[in-house]
Write a protein that binds this ligand. Sequence first.
Ligand code: FES
Length: 416
Amino acid sequence: TSEGSPASTSTGRTGRRPAGQPGRQDWSSWPHYDGAAAGFRGYWYPVTWSSHITGKPLPFTICGEKITLIRDGGKAYALHNRCPHRGVPLSEGDQQFPGTVSCPYHGWTFDLPTGKLCAVITDGPGCRLTGKVEVKTYAVEERLGMVWVYIPVAGEDPHPIDEQLPEELVSHGFVMGGRIEPRGGNWRFACENGFDEGHAKYLHRTALWRLFKPMPTWNITRIVPRGRWIFRVQDEVHWEAEFPGVGRWSNKRWWKLQPPKETFNLGNTGKADKVDPAIEAQEFPGFASLAMPGVLRIAYPKFIHYEFYVPVDADNHLYVGVMVNFTEGWETLRFYAKYLGAIRWLFHGQFSGQDAWMVDVTDAPPEKLYRPDISLTAWRNLSEEEYAKKLAAAGAPPAPSTGSTGSAGSANAKKG
Ligand code: FES
């Protein structure tokens, strides 16, 4: 599952590609993944903070679908953000009647739960279109202080959201701090970057976060599957080596104290730090894990950091970074102070900003992978398998094996 063996490239009898070959030209080995430039359908995606959704409709784009979110009677609703009359965004409108939204142009008014046209203000009560025209609605839930929308596979009923959230967020109480930020670049680059083995030790070498939390580095990494997650397990927390004929390179911290390596092997080789019971109960076999539809989990002994990479369209995504602490009572104050005083700036700010920068400038395929990229190919394999299962369960046809780079190409269209 590491580099090589693309369907379209001959690798010879040994299975090894001769040195100097260009590498992977496209993502045709992963047809579903290749086709998911605008995201995988059939999943719940966080869209915005719950507190941002009021009686004034707001526009969003998720998986290429234009959506408007509005709150009524305490409940959030999502409708396709296009009036069927003349195509004006409903998010430009307002509420003339409880439980509805009215288009700003001619006052076509839609029932929020069903999306049905329930009044046409400028044609009077006798309008014959009433009840016969509708806009698409989306399932909406609120979790982690955010509004989530389900983007269905055609004809499919939404899955219960709790089945798609990380288990520990459903089974335990917690407090959290987070950041939602629109970012440039395809969601798959964001996802691959989050789980990318090599970037932690190089891209983030200058992040101040490193002064407090050392980055795990690549050293015969294992990828461990666990249910719908894959875990990255590695054994070193610093990197120092002599490169023959080039020189010495060190990413060691400047002071002597190195944290025990067990800190990063939660549930694996033992725990030097006291681990929070909610985290310990999950028996994570590694520090970093990733699941469909693009959820990264970084498990520290006392808190977990999640990144949800939400597809907006082929060229943009939403970064949703959430730091969760499973304590209650006075301990929550300590966490909030730590989050607002440091983590928000060091991690969700500078550290994460380095990721945002790389995701925006990455341009692949073509690509030439190296050993640590087993993290990328393992993720692509996982998403490919999981999505094939999902389509089969929904009775939808599988993605065609076209061998095309079209979707990846469109992801990079703005750069071309
Ligand atoms: Fe919406 Fe006319 S465009 S009412």
